[in-house]
Ligand binder design. Structure first.
Ligand SMILES: NC(=O)c1ccc[n+]([C@@H]2O[C@H](COP(=O)([O-])OP(=O)(O)OC[C@H]3O[C@@H](n4cnc5c(N)ncnc54)[C@H](OP(=O)(O)O)[C@@H]3O)[C@@H](O)[C@H]2O)c1
Ligand code: SF4
Ligand code: SF4
Length: 378
């Protein structure tokens, strides 16, 4: 295992972290986790050098923290740094911060959390938390020892990312980053900004939630096949992220022992700056080829929302694009079925036109929603 050193983090962390958001399931329900298998998987990763485990209050419908707590019994707690996240959508008053942190400590059955994150910061949550003095609470929890390091995970634009980075002396932060997301959310600009302030960065979705690790479409496979060194798409994806020196830990939501083994092996030699220029050029070609398969140029800005008829417009477009870009046929149709169950699917559009007037990209939203329903609603 490769361990990177950052002053702010204390002990060395394994560059591969275990993300407890995609544990093995019985069926499709994220709340129905195969508990014994998950515990075995987490311990297997720890036995093989992983020392950073990332969970959150809401993962697996609240079960993830409990399962991680169980996995860390029998001496495993002392072998790892444990990360979990404040459920910021539930903390509406100062007292809530204590309430949820104490509940999390109990669920995890631990006296302290090594890495605590304000989860999923965006404009709305950051303004709300700032208004109820979250940073005073953070100081207090650091002082009384319930948390050892403080950071935040982030899903919004890079200007807000910089604002939050500058607002506190953070120990670390967590962003979504992979070779398809260089200019998405915090992106490379955010990564480099955090690095310039000596704030180590943890990476989530390094394989775009698994889309970059699946069997690729033929035209993408043709590019990978030309590489001098043969590697799986998952290995290329992880290596690309680990090539950045600002990255402290790459989190991977591994769901099988085989994935754990492969990713540990990758992490051993994926040093910062270790990719050759021709390898970087090849990965760029892959990302351009994926991008050329986009069907609708929705940026996910959300200006078209809310739809009076509840259609979740950007998400309908995202899974429609995924269907064409990554050939995620089953995933996209499953997700569309779920949208339909919640009355948020493209089929619920009544063509009032309100969203089109608000879209800065001038997208023909109504016409495209019909196409989405035609393809994913089959
Ligand atoms: N703070 C936040 O807002 C937030 C948001 C997202 C994620 N996270 C954290 O970040 C972690 C990492 O994100 P992620 O789980 O989306 O990571 P990811 O690495 O992008 O995707 C994980 C998926 O990739 C596939 N995979 C991984 N290694 C593979 C391999 N060697 N070969 C083939 N497939 C492989 C698996 O898919 P299959 O299971 O389908 O095989 C796995 O479930 C999460 O688990 C969570 O802890 C945090
Ligand atoms: S046109 Fe359709 S999707 Fe757009 S706001 Fe009206 S009902 Fe919603
Ligand atoms: S306003 Fe347009 S670009 Fe933005 S999310 Fe809606 S459809 Fe996508």
């Amino acid at each position: 295992m490769q361990y990177r050193e950052f002053n702010k983090l204390g002990d060395k962390l394994s560059v591969l972290g275990f993300g407890a958001m995609r544990l093995p399931l019985n069926g499709d329900d994220p709340g129905n986790v195969k508990e014994k298998e998950s515990i075995r998987l987490i311990r297997y990763a720890i036995d093989n050098g992983v020392n950073y485990i990332d969970t959150a209050y809401n993962y697996h419908k609240g079960k993830s923290e409990m399962i991680v707590g169980k996995a860390l019994k029998d001496g495993y707690r002392d072998k790892v740094k444990l990360a979990t996240k404040m459920p910021v959508w539930l903390t509406n008053a100062y007292e809530d911060f204590d309430k949820y942190l104490n509940e999390q400590l109990q669920k995890l059955d631990t006296a302290y959390i090594d890495f605590y994150l304000l989860h999923n910061l965006n404009k709305k949550y950051w303004r709300k938390l700032s208004g109820i003095n979250v940073l005073d609470f953070v100081d207090k929890a650091l002082q009384d020892g319930r948390i050892k390091h403080i950071g935040f995970s982030f899903h919004d634009d890079v200007s807000l990312f910089k604002e939050i980075i500058d607002a506190y002396d953070w120990d670390f932060c967590q962003i979504q980053y992979n070779y398809m997301n260089e200019n998405f959310q915090a992106g490379t600009e955010g990564l480099e900004y955090a690095g310039s302030k000596n704030i180590p960065v943890m990476i989530m979705e390094p394989l775009l939630g698994g889309k970059l690790a699946k069997r690729p479409p033929k035209e993408i496979k043709d590019i990978w096949d030309k590489a001098a060194i043969k590697r799986t798409p998952a290995e290329w994806g992880l290596r690309w992220v680990l090539n950045h020196k600002q990255v402290a830990v790459v989190l991977s939501g591994m769901s099988t022992a085989k994935q754990v083994e492969e990713n540990i092996k990758t992490a051993e030699t994926a040093l910062p700056g270790s990719l050759e220029q021709e390898e970087l050029d090849m990965i760029k070609k892959v990302s351009e080829k994926y991008r050329s398969r986009i069907k609708v140029d929705c940026t996910g800005c959300g200006y078209c929302m809310p739809c009076p008829n509840k259609v979740w417009i950007p998400y309908n477009f995202e899974i429609y694009n995924d269907f064409y870009m990554y050939e995620t046929d089953r995933y996209s149709t499953d997700m569309y079925r779920r949208l339909k169950t919640g009355n948020q699917a493209a089929s619920a559009c009544v063509e009032c036109g309100k969203c089109e007037a608000a879209c800065p990209q001038g997208l023909p939203i109504m016409e495209t929603l019909k196409k989405v329903d035609g393809i994913l609603g089959k």
